[in-house]
Design a protein around this ligand. Structure first.
Ligand code: ATP
Length: 353
């Protein structure tokens, strides 16, 4: 196993007002990978970054960097750099001085500063921008300056707190590619905070899903998408149909009053479960051939597919992706493969993870 670069062991954070922002967080970060902390607003993502950066103390637990406990190490001595949501650039300085700021503060020789700053600007694809004013730059360019300012210090770990949230959709997508490409080129460990599940799925080697100060699940984007651990994760990551059910026996599960063959779920017979079916795994057929019959209620055109909402005979809502439109009010059959059924323990408590 690769030696972790950062470990959080049993971290709890209680703020002075008594509010518990993080509860028993364990995280293992390996060098050179792209990690995302993903969760809704208030789930504790920024608090984790601040604890790693040394801006906030953990109430309990250990922060370990390359095998050494660093809880008491001041922020400026940690080998991590942070890129903030609002970039925190100095508007009265030009690009060069912004990027040079940390090195100037450390009183590095002028020649070295010049070389390192120009190189960092090259890395973020802004060569020739050294003498531009910050106010002359687009949002995406400012974002790159902020990254150049962070990487000029050659940190081993770059912490990024929602760095793309201020950008419009198109630029945001471009920057996702650029950041991912940059991370792979520099081989710096990235810990990227986002509440945008698409962004996390697209960019990360590994995702930590958070809610209410707890880490619910960690894994590759594919693992988390295909095998969400509980209702919250299934609902938060991608779109899904989630239904209550019961395990009948190995490879057989009951939901919407019918029995279906499923893949191995590792559950006991008779156990209450929840079943996840992704909209893109549902195929439309005739009502006679369908495993389920659904009446189409409404649909939205999403560019590359239609998103269809329908109801089965028991009144359960179904979300289906289809390449073709289907008339409202039409009865359709739905088919799916046994392995498309993902079975989770019913009402799995977050505390169990
Ligand atoms: P967002 O995406 O909105 O930034 P987040 O997941 O990053 O959310 P945090 O900023 O880590 O969440 O905040 C977690 C919780 O801790 C929130 O409920 C927040 O109100 C609370 N919190 C943060 N800082 C303090 C503080 N100094 N005192 C008390 N509570 C705080």
């Amino acid at each position: 196993m690769v030696k972790p670069i950062i470990e959080l062991k049993n971290i709890t954070k209680r703020y002075d007002d008594g509010f518990t922002a993080l509860e028993n967080i364990d995280l293992v970060i390996e060098p050179g990978k792209f990690y995302s902390l993903l969760g809704p607003s208030g789930s504790g993502k920024t608090t984790i970054l601040r604890i790693i950066a040394g801006f906030t103390d953990a109430t309990e637990g250990e922060v370990i960097f390359e095998g050494k406990k660093i809880n008491d190490l001041p922020a400026n001595q940690r080998k991590v750099n942070t890129v903030f949501q609002n970039y925190a650039l100095f508007p009265h300085m030009d690009v060069f001085d912004n990027v040079a700021f940390g090195l100037t503060l450390k009183k590095r020789p002028e020649k070295e500063i010049r070389e390192r700053v120009l190189n960092a600007l090259k890395v973020v694809q802004l060569p020739g921008y050294a003498n531009r004013e910050i106010s002359e730059l687009s949002g995406g360019q400012q974002q790159r300056v902020a990254i150049a300012r962070a990487i000029v210090n050659e940190p081993k770990v770059l912490l990024l707190d929602e760095p793309l949230s201020a950008l419009d959709m198109k630029l945001r997508k471009d920057m996702q590619y650029e950041l991912r490409e940059l991370q792979q080129r520099l081989k710096i460990t990235f810990i990227f905070v986002t509440h945008d599940q698409e962004e996390a799925l697209a960019m990360s080697d590994e995702i930590f899903v958070m809610n209410d100060g707890k880490a619910l699940q960690s894994g590759t984007p594919v693992d988390i998408y295909d095998e969400p651990i509980n209702h919250f994760v299934a609902n938060f990551i991608g779109e899904s149909n989630i239904l209550p059910g019961k395990m009948i026996k190995d490879f057989e599960v009951e939901f919407v009053g019918k029995k279906f063959e499923c893949a191995d779920a590792g559950m006991r017979s008779g156990e209450k479960v929840e079943v996840v079916l992704r909209p893109e795994d549902l195929d439309i057929t005739t009502p006679e051939q369908g495993k389920l019959v659904v009446t189409v209620d409404t649909q939205l055109f999403r560019g590359d597919h239609f998103e269809i909402v329908g109801y089965d005979e028991d009144g359960n809502e179904w979300l289906i992706h289809s390449t073709n439109p289907v008339k409202d009010g039409k009865k359709i059959g739905l088919t799916f493969e046994p392995e498309d059924i993902h079975v989770m323990r019913f009402g799995e408590k977050e505390e169990d993870f």
